[in-house]
Write a protein that binds this ligand. Structure first.
Ligand SMILES: CC(C)(COP(=O)(O)OP(=O)(O)OC[C@H]1O[C@@H](n2cnc3c(N)ncnc32)[C@H](O)[C@@H]1OP(=O)(O)O)[C@@H](O)C(=O)NCCC(=O)NCCS
Length: 167
């Protein structure tokens, strides 16, 4: 395990967050985004995650290296009654996976969310993704169901699995 500092994201982290995310956009089906995000787009997204809200944005920083992962909560769905739920996301730089960084990000995220009046967190995982399934199960997410072949990327259909966590 590599120990990292997990802290709230700052504006200066947005280029690193964008780079980590776009690597998955371009090369993997982990996200169903197909076109890389611009730093301007991710800056607008950053401002949707103010520190004192339930919509958190945290980064993992390695000493002398910089930001190597991030996690966020976002609205589950836009309508008002969904405010008791959030959707979580977590990305670790591709060359830093499987070293405990995702777990450290989620540990801090759920510590912070303990202060919020939340009832459910949801995660959507494109399949296959054994690391993400293991991470979510470690943090007490349980499977809800699979939407078979819900998306198409790189010319093939990809299924998604939803998971939920009770607070
Ligand atoms: C999913 C992801 C965030 C997990 O973070 P990570 O730093 O790689 O995972 P960790 O090292 O913290 O491990 C967390 C758990 O997953 C398990 N795990 C890690 N890599 C694994 C792998 N390749 N296969 C199976 N399990 C794996 C670990 O054993 C650990 O479980 P345990 O504590 O029960 O042993 C990271 O791999 C990633 O960014 N993947 C690509 C993007 C992505 O899929 N994001 C999630 C979108 S829903």
């Amino acid at each position: 395990m590599i120990p990292v500092t997990v802290r709230y994201a700052e504006l200066k982290d947005v280029p690193s967050i964008t780079e980590i995310y776009n690597d998955y956009v371009v090369y993997t089906t982990s996200t169903f985004d197909v076109t890389p995000k611009s730093v301007e787009d991710r800056t607008a997204w950053y401002y949707e995650h103010p520190r004192d809200s339930r919509y958190k944005l945290l980064v993992a920083e390695q000493h002398a290296v910089g930001v190597i992962g991030f996690t966020a909560t976002s609205p589950f769905r836009p309508k008002e009654a969904y405010r008791s739920s959030v959707e979580t996301t977590v990305y670790v730089a591709r060359n830093m996976r499987s070293r405990g960084i995702g777990a450290q990000l989620y540990q801090r995220l759920f510590d912070e969310l303990g202060e919020e009046d939340l009832h459910r967190a949801y995660a959507c995982i494109s399949l296959p993704n054994p690391a993400s399934l293991a991470l979510h199960e470690k943090f007490d997410f349980t499977p809800v169901g699979i939407f078979h072949e819900a998306g198409k990327k790189f010319g093939r259909y990809v299924s998604i699995q939803w998971l939920e966590k009770q607070f």
